[in-house]
Write a protein that binds this ligand. Structure first.
Ligand code: DX5
Ligand code: ZN
Length: 216
């Protein structure tokens, strides 16, 4: 299991140090939650903050766009240093065109599905995706409760990918901690985002280690 601490839960008064702390603690990727106050009822940060954060770690930046019109900002996030860009299948942009913009920039594209969106909504794009992100909370805020009833989507996505001969990563996001990660690994998830579970732990290295051990 790979662990992607969510930057949203860091102490922003020292975000550089926070990233170095995650790097040292054994994180596999850094998950960055971009919210526009329109697609979701919360505003976080945009490309300039990601650009400032970029020099503090070599870990891949997994940028999760919770914004209405991702196609308008892909270049900004590419230039800021994103390695993976995921955006919501429920957004207002043309999905194929947005995937093309990400692909053309040499960044890995992924689609995200909200709790009420079926797994099948991403099937038409699956052959072009590096990752599918399954939300296990309603997007918008950190620190919410895990929705275990989202997990059957993982099997559906994996089966569809297998049928089209595609190797795809499945990521889960929201409410993942030591009490919920085992269910994610049993369901076949490859990458777990954890905000509160890692950043707010007394010892981040121990927290990441524990999360990984619980999946063995
Ligand atoms: C929610 C975000 C998540 C969130 C995870 O909209 O996409 O990445 O920050 O935080 P926790 O692990 O605290 O649920
Ligand atoms: Zn996220």
């Amino acid at each position: 299991m790979q662990i992607a601490p969510s930057f949203l839960s860091c102490d922003f008064s020292k975000m550089g140090e926070e990233l170095m702390r995650m790097d040292k603690a054994g994180a596999d990727l850094i998950h960055l939650d971009v919210m526009d106050g329109h697609f979701v009822p919360n505003i976080t940060f945009g490309a300039p903050v990601i650009k400032w954060a970029r020099p503090y770690t070599k870990l891949p930046f997994d940028v999760h766009l919770m914004i209405s019109e991702p196609h308008r900002y892909i270049q900004d996030f590419v230039q800021a240093g994103a390695d993976i860009i995921t955006f919501h299948v429920e957004c207002d942009s043309n999905i194929d065109e947005t995937i093309s913009l990400i692909e053309k920039s040499g960044v890995k594209p992924g689609l995200v599905i909200k709790p009420n969106t079926p797994a099948s909504s991403v099937f038409p794009y699956m052959d072009r995706l590096y990752m599918v992100l399954v939300m296990t909370v309603e997007p918008g805020f950190g620190g919410q409760s895990f929705m275990a009833d989202m997990l059957p989507k993982v099997q559906e996505l994996k089966e569809y990918a297998k049928n089209i001969g595609k190797d795809i990563l499945i990521e889960a996001d929201g409410g993942i901690n030591e009490n919920t990660i085992k269910q994610c690994s049993d369901a076949g998830i490859d990458i777990c985002v954890s905000g509160t579970g890692v950043f707010k732990a007394d010892d981040a290295a121990l927290a990441i280690d524990n999360l990984k051990k619980l999946c063995e």
